[in-house]
Design a protein around this ligand. Sequence first.
Ligand SMILES: Nc1ncnc2c1ncn2[C@@H]1O[C@H](COP(=O)(O)OP(=O)(O)O)[C@@H](O)[C@H]1O
Ligand SMILES: [Mg+2]
Length: 271
Amino acid sequence: MHPNRTMSIALASGKGGVGKTNIALNLALALGDLGHRVLLLDADLGLANVDVLLGIAPQYTIHDILHGTPAQDVLIALDPHVDLLPSASGVADLGDLDEDAQTTLMGHLEGIFHGYDFLLLDLGAGISPTVVALAAMPQERAVVITPEPTSLTDGYAFIKVLLLQRGIKNFHVIVNMVEQENEGHVAFERLSLACERFLNLGIRLMGIIPRDPKIADAVREQTPFLRLTPEGPAAQAIRLMARDLAQRRERLAGLIARSPILKPLVNHSGE
Ligand SMILES: Nc1ncnc2c1ncn2[C@@H]1O[C@H](COP(=O)(O)OP(=O)(O)O)[C@@H](O)[C@H]1O
Ligand SMILES: [Mg+2]
């Protein structure tokens, strides 16, 4: 088998409404603008998912791939380098599949994933068994928080569950909706300190995104903010994050080559 080149990252959060879907979509487009091939996998079972941000109604989902629909009919091209794999109804059972079924599913998906430089998973919020299972599968996780104290504790709870239930130790953090850059660093330091002190775990800052009132317009107009206001503060922050991520993928090429794109789940029943 060829060495793997696809870097996989899940966008996760302890609570909803922190900006995961907006970040996932716009980060995917920004990576595409840099010439990288990106697959955005919508793994949020809720309503506020990628289709809604784009005003599209996908005809097929991951489920249809398993039942024989060709991948090219299911994938939706968002940009020359960026595809969306809609899956809202298809991933519901992913955590419940037995190992054989998972292996079959992964076999189907790996063939598709291999064509991309990045696989971004937009997860639902919280620590339900399905979300925890999905969050444990990619090579990296970016936990999205806001500077609000409740968001910090929810982010901490998410990290703790992934560590204790799945042994996951590498976490990145994105602080969204900050009024000033310093506020983002302060929020990250608080979370980082708690993780060090109580979990003996180091976490890394992936990026800080300013609060940007134009994002509400972008959501209303069902146009990604990277396109509606490319010079706005949030778009600039997303482009910076995309550049950093692309550099990290280069640096980690050796490690990525030896890693599966999605780690098969081991059933942890009774948790
Ligand atoms: N940086 C930001 N500045 C202002 N509003 C934001 C920002 N990021 C997200 N939002 C708003 O927060 C809401 C929730 O965003 P969304 O991406 O759907 O979050 P999640 O996927 O975490 O539930 C959206 O309506 C969007 O307008
Ligand atoms: Mg969302």
